[in-house]
Design a binder for this molecule. Structure first.
Ligand code: FRU
Length: 502
């Protein structure tokens, strides 16, 4: 196999999101901010644009919006695929991989052992280290460092746990088929001791993958810290296929205790809507956070695709983008807590643009109303809208008179809707054309949406980021209209602004 070359115009290549030049990618791996640079490693097939030959690809950025692709960082070989994992900066050289004054970056990844390996059929955790700031990597000769003889033990996320009682490395990984997050402790990243396990709980409609565990202040109060455990699962998401759920509670250095568990054990599918989701759309998976992000920010990236149709999306020569980088924070909400998310890159100064289209205080009448001067393929749209008599109202993006992606509010059943049935190419997979919904409540009588549109995606952040929906779309390049619509009555647009990036 050789790297794929373009056969059709690359009209879906995103402008604000990372996609590999001409190969496949899935999960973000090894996210770390180091020496002023954001490093994004990722599950990559260096030889093709479908899943296979799993290795860690590599890209870097200083603004979280523009990325430079580098050579493959950690490559598969005849005995192992390099599955997902994380990177830590081992500043005190606890691992001993450092030399002289150079402390190592250490990657903790899953070795998925192949047929010819003595460990065939096993997934175990392995190490590689870099002494040049993350550009070249050496596999540890003592791999694997953590093997429990399991076929589905993967996706280690490692962080430094610090408390008055001491500090050590903690690994969160999954026993995917058991719907369990398993926690381990180490002083040197090489020898690991089991601490505890968590799960099954809440959504268990598919294997658990790519967990993360991190502390966040509630409402920015440094004296009120809660721990967030994120777990991706596939399938079993709220709108089908791959998705990520989260739990909030306490981590005492040994055990994570969830305060937000709704159902223990195996899931009741009827309860899916009661769980907390990182994103309600179809295309936000395997999300994990950066190590060592500056200013205490918690920044996450998800893979913007869904295993239901991932290998078939109509892009070429590359396949699959990453989501925008998101900053997550924690808010108190009705006796509990919820994550809120914002795009982390500084989008307005990045493009040197401010809104080029503004509208305020108009009634949206029944029907579709194209907004002259608002059209675009790479844009941010902010709108605030209040219900009237309409059953549903909102925006249509990447459209023309007959097609488009509908992003609407249905106030009577308190749902936000993303309808991509007429979004463009949908017939490459039977599950792609969809209407996806999430719960939403008006704030002071209004719905506030920020929508990022790119060549092949929409990301909706509703009510200040309390609810997000991320979806791939494949419209004709000429479908750029933005419209307001209402069905069966009226609604009131408080204000709308459009910022163009291309
Ligand atoms: C999630 C996942 C991980 C695994 C990787 C393999 O999308 O299945 O569990 O490490 O992808 O590419």
């Amino acid at each position: 196999m050789t790297a794929v070359t373009a056969t059709t115009a690359d009209t879906f290549r995103p402008a604000l999101h990372y996609a590999a030049r001409n190969t496949w990618l899935n999960d973000p791996n090894g996210l770390i901010f180091h020496e002023g640079v954001y490093h994004l490693y990722y599950q990559n097939n260096p030889l093709d644009n479908v899943w296979g030959n799993m290795s860690w690809g590599h890209a870097t950025s200083t603004d979280l919006l523009t990325w430079t692709e580098h050579p493959v960082a950690i490559a598969c070989n005849e005995t192992e695929d390099i599955f997902s994992g994380s990177i830590v900066y081992d500043r005190n050289n606890t691992s001993g991989f450092g030399t002289g004054s150079t402390a190592p970056l250490v990657a903790i990844y899953t070795s998925a052992y192949k047929q010819v390996s003595a460990h065939h059929g096993i997934q175990a955790q392995s190490l590689a280290y870099s002494l040049d700031g993350g550009y070249t990597w050496t596999k540890h000769t003592g791999n694997p460092v953590l093997n429990r003889g399991s076929a589905d033990f993967r996706d280690p996320k490692v962080f430094r746990y610090q408390s008055d009682a001491g500090s050590y490395w903690v690994m969160v990984a999954v026993e995917a088929q058991e719907f369990q997050v398993v926690l381990y402790k180490s002083h040197d990243l090489k020898s690991w001791e089991l601490l505890s396990s968590f799960g099954p709980a809440n959504a268990t409609g598919g294997v658990w993958e790519c967990p993360d565990l991190f502390p966040l202040p509630v409402d920015s109060d440094p004296d009120n810290i809660q721990w967030v455990l994120t777990v991706n699962l596939n399938p079993g998401g709220p709108n089908n296929g791959s998705a990520g759920q989260y739990f909030i509670g306490d981590f005492d250095g040994t055990t994570f205790t969830s305060a937000t568990t709704v159902t223990e054990g195996l899931q009741d599918p009827a309860r899916l809507g009661d769980y907390q989701w990182l994103d309600w759309g179809r295309d936000y998976y395997a999300a994990v956070s950066f190590s060592d992000a500056p200013d205490g920010r918690r920044l996450m990236i998800g893979w913007m695709n869904n295993w239901q149709y991932a290998n078939e999306i109509p892009t070429s020569p590359w396949r699959s983008p990453m989501s925008l980088v998101r900053e997550v924070s924690l808010q108190s909400a009705a006796g509990s807590w919820q994550l809120v998310q914002q795009a982390a890159g500084d989008l307005a100064p990045h493009a040197g643009h401010s809104p080029s289209f503004n509208l305020a205080a108009v009634e949206i009448s029944d029907g579709q109303h194209i907004l002259d001067g608002a059209a675009g393929s790479v844009q941010r749209i902010d709108l605030s809208v209040a219900p009237g008599t309409a059953e549903e109202f909102g925006l249509i993006v990447r459209g023309n008179r007959t097609q488009g992606t509908r992003i609407g509010i249905r106030p009577t059943d308190s749902r936000i809707v993303v309808d991509r049935r007429e979004s463009g190419q949908t017939d490459f997979h039977e599950t792609f054309a969809s209407i996806d919904t999430a719960p939403i409540q008006a704030t002071n009588g209004s719905y506030e949406l920020t929508i990022y549109v790119d060549h092949c995606s929409v990301e909706v952040f509703a009510q200040g980021g309390q609810i997000t929906l991320t979806e791939l779309i494949f419209p004709a390049a000429t479908n750029t209209d933005v419209s307001l619509y209402a069905t069966g009555g009226t609604a009131t647009l408080n204000n709308l602004s459009v910022t163009q990036y291309a």
